[in-house]
Design a protein around this ligand. Structure first.
Ligand code: M6R
Length: 619
């Protein structure tokens, strides 16, 4: 899964107006969504390398270990989501070498750690943890013992590693430098004033700078307080030569503000991000402009289109495929990224893949995109994170502009993804002459009004969602049923409920529900029906009655005007009548609110669902 790493190098004590330990604590707090089973830091202080780490959540560990009391010019920090070795004090990062001079924080998995560890143990190195990461400081030490300078020893170490990694390493003998390397796991440099940063994600250093450089795969380098050096090994025959990277060309400024990455008065990021949807949708709409023209042309000319994604991004992909099939009359198929391997052979030149990923780093989606590219398929990335791995490797990129999403449960990134996919489909339909100007304008008008529409839905239904959540909180299982566009919206509703409230929730095509799932229905069993149009509402009518006849507790998210023939449901969210495009975005909002409040009533923290991490960078 994911872990979060941070590193800071300051020019002088107080350059950041607070002790380095406090800067690291704050930065880790912004990355808590990436892992939260253990936390640690290493700082080079006047008294040498100080490492403090422990199992537990950031707030309690950093208070217990007194992070804020430590100062220095160079430090690294880590928040962990365990992969190798259970969460424990000894397995927490950073990890050190035998001399106690080198400390390393790592996100990813070193696949060949076992053989490297055996080799190092034979040479006399003593390991203090069960982690794959610990081989890194010991390898650096080993190369230094052979006479290499610290940075050369770091590069030699990296060349031995197989797997995925973002690494930050400090060494007392290297002075005020942080070494870094990246393969697959995300790593970003922040260029500040009097200090430079490294982190797994931008919010970690947004308080200090918006200037970033995204480190690419296979790059290594170091940061000092005033400089950044990056190089890459290029293969020439059977030799390799190091090429230094022109960082001027890679410098970007992100539009995000620190406030966007903080809770802004809301008790949880999830609730804040649900409420931010009007703004996220407005910003995404305004960012689309003419940029879609190439995407629309490529899709319109495609033999077939596959949309790949994981979790919520798969649900957006599913809606995207229905939009393209139904509105654009283009053959489109949604595929779960990790299943793509079994479908890839059907793709070839002339086909198009839309790789949907809010983080742009989900490994399964990245691998699916790579395999598709290898087969000559054009890849279009849809992501929320500028210059992340999938956009960097894609032929064309469209960004949602939802701002940073910190809650592990995707909310505003789902609605903005669906918005973008609906606009693409409407434009494809227009480009291919399937809909006329008037029909396409009707969709686009409703899509442009989504910020206002979603705002009204939140105001109208937040209290009711809380009421529904009170009863939902006492249930063990629930069904989410829908047809057509209502199905992926239901799938997203079920995912939200299970991931943040731990209520077993299953989405099913409503028409299929009587072929098995109905066997589970008994008195009070919750069933949430979603129909985004009158046509879908008409079709689910009989399914509602079948479930009511078994005394299910029925909840309907359906358009205004369907109250009559769905009059018997116990709970009703009457939604505005909208074209299917805009409705597929807006109708998920009650689902998000019900999931959030059910989680709260059951006493959980919706921002940190157990066993989950925001970005999944292991297969
Ligand atoms: O960053 P991505 O969109 O690629 O992430 C995909 C999934 O990991 C993500 O949607 C996950 O399912 C969320 N927890 C859903 O709320």
């Amino acid at each position: 899964m994911a872990c979060g790493i941070v590193a800071v190098v300051a020019s002088r004590k107080g350059a950041l107006r607070k002790p380095l330990g406090e800067v690291i604590r704050e930065s880790l707090k912004s990355l808590e969504y990436r892992g939260y089973d253990s936390v640690g830091f290493a700082i080079i202080t006047d008294n040498g390398l100080v490492v403090r780490k422990s199992k537990g959540m950031i707030d309690s560990v950093t208070a217990k270990l007194g992070f804020s009391e430590f100062d220095g010019l160079v430090g690294i920090g880590h928040t962990r989501w365990a992969t190798h070795g259970p969460p424990s004090d000894r397995n927490s990062h950073p990890h050190t070498d035998c001399t106690g001079k080198i400390a390393v924080a790592h996100n990813g998995i070193i696949e060949n750690w076992n053989e490297l560890k055996e080799m190092l143990v034979r040479k006399g190195h003593v390991f203090k943890s069960d982690t794959d990461t610990e081989v890194i400081p010991h390898l650096m030490e080993e190369f230094k013992n052979k006479g290499m300078e610290p940075y050369e020893a770091f590069k030699a170490t990296i060349s031995l590693l197989k797997g995925a990694y973002a690494i930050a390493a400090i060494d007392i003998d290297a002075g005020n430098k942080v070494f870094f390397a990246r393969k697959t796991s995300p790593l970003i440099v922040g260029i500040g004033d009097g200090a430079n940063f490294l982190a797994s994600d931008i919010p970690a250093f947004l308080r200090y700078t918006r200037k970033i450089i995204v480190v690419s795969d296979d790059e290594v380098g170091y940061v000092t307080s005033s400089s950044v050096f990056i190089e890459k090994l290029i293969k020439k025959g059977d030799k390799g030569i190091w090429i230094s990277i022109d960082i001027g060309k890679r410098l970007r400024t992100v539009e995000w503000t620190p406030e966007m990455a903080m809770k802004g008065g809301y008790p949880h990021f999830m609730l804040k991000e649900i409420h931010e949807q009007p703004q996220a949708l407005a910003s995404t709409i305004s960012g689309l402009g003419e940029k879609l023209d190439d995407v629309v042309k490529v899709i319109s000319a495609a033999n077939k289109v596959v949309l790949v994604g994981a979790g919520t991004s798969y649900h957006a992909s599913y809606l995207g495929a229905i939009f393209l099939n139904n509105l654009g009359e283009v053959f489109a198929q949604p595929i779960i990224s990790s299943e793509m391997k079994w479908h890839i052979k059907s793709l070839s030149e002339g086909d198009v893949m839309i790789a949907v990923s809010q983080s742009g780093e989900t490994i399964d989606t990245l691998l699916a995109a790579r395999e598709a590219k290898d087969r000559g398929v054009k890849v279009i990335a849809l992501s929320n994170v500028i210059d992340s791995a999938i956009p960097r490797e894609a032929d064309l990129v469209v960004y949602t502009r939802a701002g940073p999403e910190i809650g592990v449960a995707a909310t505003k990134t789902f609605t903005t993804q669906v918005l973008v996919l609906s606009v693409i489909a409407v434009k494809v339909a227009k480009y291919r002459g399937i809909v006329n100007e008037g029909a396409s304008e009707a969709h686009l008008r409703a899509i442009r009004s989504l910020p206002e529409t979603v705002n009204k839905i939140i105001s109208k239904y937040e209290a009711k969602s809380k009421d529904v959540a009170k009863l939902m909180a006492s249930k063990r299982s629930a069904f989410f049923l829908g047809r057509g566009y209502g199905l992926p919206v239901s799938m997203e509703g079920a995912l939200k409920l299970k991931e943040v409230a731990y209520v077993h929730a299953e989405a099913y095509p409503a028409g299929e529900s009587k072929h098995g799932p109905i066997a589970l229905v008994e008195d009070g069993f919750p069933i949430v029906f979603t129909a985004v149009s009158h046509e879908e509402a008409e079709l689910i009518k009989s399914n509602v009655e079948e479930m009511r006849a078994r005394y299910a507790w029925t909840i309907a998210v359906t358009p205004k005007g369907d109250e009559g023939h769905l009059k018997n449901v116990e709970e009703r969210f009457t939604m505005p009548e909208l074209p299917v495009t805009a409705a597929s975005v807006a109708y998920v909002v009650p689902h998000q609110l019900i999931a959030y409040y059910t989680s709260i009533i059951r006493g959980y923290d919706p921002d940190k669902p157990r066993n989950l991490a925001k970005t999944v960078t292991v297969v």
